[in-house]
Design a protein around this ligand. Structure first.
Ligand code: FAD
Length: 360
């Protein structure tokens, strides 16, 4: 019932890099937080998904966290403080950012579902209901871990966990850990865990390592491929699958230690380990699934923005606008699923949506 809903123009869902960049840009356009737009976030603290990242992910082991528009990371975290946990530093930075630009985030507020009510969109949460003319969805991927299905998974008597559940290597000391996945997280955790436990590393495809530094052109080329996919309504795919994994000093050292012996995927999980099609078995105490995340978009299901193949056709300058419903922008999705991408996409989405709604 729209009468009982809190009316506003735009609801920004999520206050990670993507949501904060959007909110900053809406505010710069002269829109008033609280009146023209509200920012909702389900997490208890500032920091987006960074607040949940494992303790050994520090400012020296992340790829790179780009500054949000208008304020430097270095203003909050001392330059050179590379051993600081990302899960501490980023929340501190985001909290200072929210204060500096007066961007009040309502938290913890979980958006349960968004429905089309004709001229308005109804945003139902675990607290109030909101009625908006447009939304910017910036809910990230952390809430939607992906674990592929393999026969026998339910029989396994050891422990299975996803990247999302990882805390530190010490809990696996002396055990045998099967590490699944060919992305950056898989390799970082393989490196850490192989120092205290024996490991088996499996990936679906041969991992694509790359020599030389990761340049801005490489980044742009990777983003362009993903952007092209979403403009055609295909599922985005990951940027890493396009750009390959750079040989960092840590990975070179892991190679020297002989732990980067990649095996193809097993075909079956047994009570005590995993088995390949040729019958070879590996006993394991733990299976760690570093098999990625999907965009957390289930709350948008009633809007029917997906194509039959599961993709969402995107348009707009940086492909943030949902073609089927221009009142909806997705930031941090597809080509903008990085801190730098989310930054820029937040600006594009704010300007396009404000213009579309006649607000700026
Ligand atoms: P998030 O930071 O996930 O923020 C989403 C917010 O939405 C959260 O605060 C969440 O609480 C909220 N939310 C979710 N669902 C709801 C809901 N239903 N209702 C209300 N609120 C909701 N990128 C880089 O550029 N550099 C890196 O070094 C890097 N390292 C990474 C390391 C790991 C382990 C992972 C998984 C990703 C990494 N990325 C990195 C990618 C990076 O996380 C993203 O690019 C960026 O931080 C995502 O920002 P975001 O705002 O889209 O999402």
């Amino acid at each position: 019932d729209v009468r009982t809903a809190y009316k506003t123009d735009i609801v920004v869902i999520g206050a990670g890099q993507a949501g904060l960049s959007t909110a900053y840009n809406l505010s710069k356009l002269g829109l008033q937080p609280g009146r023209n737009f509200v920012i909702l976030d389900k997490s208890p603290e500032a920091g987006g998904a960074w607040q949940y990242r494992w303790p050994s992910l520090t400012l020296s082991t992340v790829n790179r966290i780009h500054d949000l528009p208008g304020m430097q990371f270095a203003d909050v975290v001392e330059e050179g403080a590379t051993e600081v946990r990302a899960s501490v530093a980023v929340p501190k930075y985001f909290a200072a950012y929210e204060r500096k630009f007066d961007l009040p985030v309502y938290r913890p507020v979980t958006v349960k579902v968004v429905c089309d009510r004709g001229a308005r969109l109804r945003v139902e949460t675990d607290r109030e209901t909101f009625s908006a003319r447009g939304i910017v969805n910036a809910t990230g991927t952390w809430e939607t871990p992906v674990i592929p299905t393999y026969p026998g998974a339910e029989r396994f008597e050891g422990r299975q966990l996803h990247t999302r559940d990882y805390r530190n290597a010490e809990e696996f000391a002396g055990q045998h850990v099967v590490i699944v996945g060919g992305g950056i997280s898989a390799l970082q955790l393989l490196d850490e865990i192989s120092r205290v436990a024996s490991t088996t590393w499996v990936t679906r495809r041969e991992p694509q390592f790359r020599d030389g530094p990761f340049t801005q052109e490489d980044g742009r080329a990777g983003v362009a491929i993903v952007e092209d996919r979403v403009r055609r309504g295909l599922v985005p795919g990951s940027v890493v699958s396009v750009t390959g994994i750079p040989w960092t000093p840590a990975l070179k050292a892991a190679r020297e230690r002989g732990v980067l012996n990649r095996l193809p995927m097993f075909s079956e999980i047994t009570e005590h380990g995993v088995r390949w099609p040729n019958g070879t078995e590996q006993r394991a105490d733990v299976i760690l699934w570093n098999t990625g995340f999907r965009s957390s978009l289930d709350h948008l299901a009633p809007l029917q923005i997906r194509e039959e193949g599961g993709g969402i056709t995107m348009s707009g300058r940086l492909a943030t606008q949902v073609s089927r419903d221009p009142r909806i922008h997705l930031v941090g999705y597809g080509p903008s699923a990085s801190t730098i991408g989310a930054n820029r996409a937040g600006g594009a989405a704010a300007r396009e949506l404000a213009a579309y709604l006649g607000l700026a």
